[in-house]
Design a protein around this ligand. Sequence first.
Ligand code: GDP
Length: 212
Amino acid sequence: MKTSTSSKPTTKRWRRYIKSAFFPKDFPAGGVPEIAIIGRSNAGKSSLVNAWTGTSDAKVSQAPGKTRLLNFYDMGSYRLVDMPGYGYASRGKGEVQDYKKIVESYFAVRSEVVCLVLIMDIRRPWSEDEEMLRIYSNSIDRPMVVVASKIDKVNQSEKHSLLKALEKALQGTPYYLISSTTGKGVESLEESLHQNYVLPFIERQKNEKSEF
Ligand code: GDP
């Protein structure tokens, strides 16, 4: 496993899809910081994962059967974990239970999750589902950031009023604006998360090792 303590994330050359898994026993070995990406179906999660990893694997993983799995990507110094899309209204009780199970079992065994990225279409209002996830991330003591996607779809004045409403709902939760189509904001999102969450984790790991 390649690790890097440079403040810049590794180049895309190192990035690759590792595997998809449902049960913790099938997850890749731990010890590497992970950024978990979660979002409503159609929010633009696969497109962001593709833009971030420089692959087109997330689209492939949307094939039936893989949509309810966790998809792990090796990003060099950290991993991206693409979580299944949610949209409770259209799902049966069994599916909602399955969804909760996979999300909760992942967080229960992964102390390496350095941050939870909640992606939403900038044009959609913050809903009960997003609020539940924010409460959940607080309850498990993991930082959450929000990514408002598809900013290329709105004009300046729409953006202004949408952001005003979003900021009110977010109550201080950090947020980023991106367009996976144009690439705008994707690199600075990664740099910021790498700096604020990945590097401190790697530093803590080093310090813990040196204490022994
Ligand atoms: P997912 O279901 O959350 O994985 O969403 P997808 O990544 O599959 O995106 C859903 C739809 O939104 C697709 O038609 C994408 O092409 C489109 N989309 C995703 N991100 C963007 C974006 O930043 N800009 C625009 N214009 N379209 C986007």
